[in-house]
Design a protein around this ligand. Sequence first.
Ligand SMILES: Cc1ncc(COP(=O)(O)O)c(C=O)c1O
Length: 354
Amino acid sequence: MKKINIDELVRPHILHMKPYSSARLEYEGNDGVFLDANENPYGSVSGGQHNRYPDPLQMQIKEKLAKVEQVREEQIFLGNGSDECIDVLVRAFCEPQKDAILVCPPVFSMYEHVAEAQHIDIVRVLLQPETFQLDMPAIRSKIAQMPNLKIIFICSPNNPTGNLIHADDIEALLQEFSGLVFVDEAYLDFSGQTSWVHRLQEFDNLVVIQTFSKSYGMADARLGILYAQERVVHFMNTIKLPYNVNQYSQELALKALDKISVKDQYVSELTAGRDYLMNELAFIPLVQKVYPSDANYILFRVQDANALYAYLIQHKIIVRNRDSAPLLKGCLRVSVGTEAENQRFISVLKQYSN
Ligand SMILES: Cc1ncc(COP(=O)(O)O)c(C=O)c1O
């Protein structure tokens, strides 16, 4: 069991900060005369019943998630997308102009984005070329040199390369690093692997995020989940805005959690679509390399990614051009679509090849 004192990691001024006390947290129950939050008791101009503030701690969702993931409700933070979870975590633990985060590009850019906005140092250790695994010696040397390093961000499966990061490496970092090790599992459902959430009891410094935006197909509801030890979640709750997840998103999440088999069905359709795209891409001469994927997207390399990207746009097919990302010269990333969308993409690609 890796023991870390989270109170020593959090930004000192947050340690004793009181959470904003929203009116709705002071009374439990739905019954009563609610004259505490300056709402309009009559109703809503839009029609429907939208006049009351939502539960600031989203307890009904947490109850369900806690059962599914076998964690305590206090180990769960919900955000306006996992983007917000990343933002609140960085703001709780990193002191501007003093602390640093470590990222391993090419990777999801949000970690850098929120750190940059907070004036927090960003240390970049590139993934290994072609395998896109962690460069452990380089990460270890940064850990040794930088006492101000607070969070190491890992994305597994990694966006945009699609591969899982070796579990042994993540475990070694959890053992060796005394700051937080963040594992982004936005695409985990497509990998068939078990979640790091189940290792929370072993590592005080483990933070995991997941999202309703991908396999659940609920990107516009903006709902992300962060799992960590209670003290981490406590400090995040302390600084978050009170009503960060709106009522409709909360209701949608509750419905979705009663229908997890539907998500599993989507996952199996999307992984079948991924297999189809993999097979087809492998036989298109223009495609120099197709990288293996544990996610719902595929990274592939061509001679001239910019030209192909422009051609696809002309045909109203929008993929992600990763040509300018480190290690990804010539690479495009394509999301798995519906069967018809995948076929259309392949047929336009074949036209270009001819
Ligand atoms: C790796 C990764 N993490 C997190 C997110 C953010 O997801 P959301 O804010 O929709 O939960 C994304 C979005 O594309 C992503 O690719």
